[in-house]
Design a protein around this ligand. Structure first.
Ligand code: IDP
Ligand code: MG
Length: 139
């Protein structure tokens, strides 16, 4: 069932570069409502669990180090067609392939350090949102 919610993380590089406000402004301008948001930091165990689907990939170790090296901003976003529209807003995984004006084109350094996460399905959006937020943090 389509829930019209997606989950995002502004990744450590975005916070390090001071891009939090600019990225949230893009998200806001694109019509997403923030229904949950916090700054937090994942432990290595949490990052391994969050990205378990990638555990056999050659970049997994690098990904866990990157995602745990500093704080992130995690958020649940609401909008009609949220999952697909948010993937369009952030652009391709590799910023070299991302469309002009997308968040990754503007703010990502590389395929590894790519500024933001966006859920790839309604099912994963629900799983990922629940990973970071309890019911009483979602409005
Ligand atoms: P996505 O974030 O666009 O959905 P995924 O394929 O799900 O991309 O990969 C998850 C994350 O793993 C990426 O956002 C990126 O941070 C990292 N990653 C993906 N592919 C590579 C790679 O080839 N080298 C290094 N890191 C990668
Ligand atoms: Mg993905």
């Amino acid at each position: 069932m389509a829930t019209n919610r997606t989950f995002t993380m502004l990744k450590p590089d975005s916070l390090e570069k001071g891009n939090t406000g600019a990225i949230l402004e893009k998200i806001n301008a694109a019509g997403f409502k923030i229904v949950a948001m916090k700054q937090t930091r994942m432990s290595k165990a949490e990052a391994k669990a969050f990205y378990a689907v990638h555990s056999e990939r050659p970049f997994f170790g690098e990904l866990v180090l990157y995602m745990t090296r500093g704080p992130i901003v995690a958020a649940i976003l609401e909008k009609e067609n949220a999952v697909e529209d948010f993937r369009t807003l952030i652009g391709a995984t590799n910023p070299d392939e991302a469309a002009e004006g997308t968040i990754r084109k503007l703010y990502a350094a590389s395929i590894g350090e790519n500024a933001v996460h966006g859920s790839d399905s309604d099912e994963n959006a629900a799983i990922e949102g629940s990973f970071h937020f309890s019911g009483r943090e979602i409005f």
